[in-house]
Design a protein around this ligand. Structure first.
Ligand code: Q46
Ligand code: ZN
Ligand code: ZN
Length: 307
């Protein structure tokens, strides 16, 4: 903290010291720098234009709310979408915070519920099945977000994955040398049939910066964690990246930026043929029912047995 002399730009009291850039900044210059970094990522990866119909996936957490706030401040017109996962108090608070944010800023938020889409909450699915909660929660969320974006006519689905998420995911993919996963880890996934374009404008902003951005901009966000968050492999990888970063600042940025530059050297995997799910008609990698429909059928079966 001894180095926090004053903002590098205006010399006012420093609000934050960005260690990876050895850069002390006041609140105002930190906020504008963060927004510029997001704008640069949008431009660099040609994520979207002002003409596109945009949808932001909003969880109620700091990342997605900061993202929606920044996108709106940068002058883009973006609606939000929130899924109530049915995870007790955590979901009740997440939905309330998301709704309050939209109301406060005059933004439109689509509210969906996993109970309505699937006939069961994540809690009840966890009790009945022995799968890892995050595995099927993630699959169900991705399915619902894509389907809703497609059916509601949005051009681009924007998600709040940050630098910590991306560096941890890259570490996991490299440790497994899974070429397909490595190749597909990119801030832009293009539209393909009923798969809408997906983008991640926060890939160069860390979770700590996003927490500070929310503090600086007075953005209320959920502070409790999902009850299933502990023990997830992604958290272990995030923690390892954080430990390396604390000793060698800027490692996360170099790791992720370096990969994006080198990605084209990886051979793209053979194009996966997408089939239409015979039940819901959404894209899937086999001719059988998609994973969502298989989970949904399992829920129907369980309900029929308990009736
Ligand atoms: S909500 Fe779902 Fe996350 Fe909870 S169950 Fe895991 S994936 S941790 S972002
Ligand atoms: Zn300043
Ligand atoms: Zn299906």
């Amino acid at each position: 903290m001894a180095r926090q002399k004053g903002c590098r730009i205006c010399k006012k009291e420093a609000f934050i010291h960005l260690r990876y850039a050895n850069l002390p900044l006041c609140k105002e210059h930190f906020v504008s720098r963060t927004e510029s970094v997001v704008q640069e990522a949008i431009n660099k990866f040609r994520m979207f234009s002002r003409k596109d119909k945009l949808l932001v996936a909003v969880s109620g957490g700091k990342d997605s709310l900061a993202l929606w706030h920044i996108i709106a401040k940068l002058g883009y017109n973006a609606d939000g979408i929130h899924i109530d996962l049915g995870l007790g108090e955590f979901s009740r608070l997440s939905s309330k915070i998301s709704r309050d944010f939209a109301e406060k800023h005059g933004l439109y938020l689509h509210m969906l519920s996993i109970n309505e889409e699937l006939g069961a909450s994540i809690h009840s699915l966890v009790k009945k099945r022995y799968e890892k909660p995050c595995s099927f929660c993630g699959a169900v969320k991705r399915y619902i977000l894509n389907k809703a974006s497609y059916e509601l006519g949005y051009d681009v689905l924007i998600t709040g994955h940050n630098l910590d998420d991306e560096s941890a995911r890259l570490l996991g993919n490299v440790l497994n040398w899974d070429e397909e996963y490595i190749y597909h880890q990119y801030p832009v996934l293009p539209k393909e049939g009923k798969m809408v374009k997906k983008v991640k404008p926060l890939v160069f902003i860390s979770r700590k910066e996003l927490a500070s951005y929310c503090e600086a901009e007075g953005i209320e966000h959920i502070k409790i964690a999902c009850p299933y968050a502990t023990g997830a492999r992604s958290l272990v990888l995030t923690d390892i990246m954080e430990q390396i970063e604390s000793r060698y600042p800027a490692t996360k940025l170099r790791f992720v930026k370096g990969f994006y530059k080198l990605r084209d050297r990886f051979m793209p995997p053979e194009k996966v043929i997408l089939y239409e799910c015979p039940d819901c008609g959404m894209p899937t990698s086999s001719e059988r029912l998609c994973r969502f429909c298989r989970i949904k059928n399992g829920v129907k079966h369980d309900t029929a047995q308990t009736d």
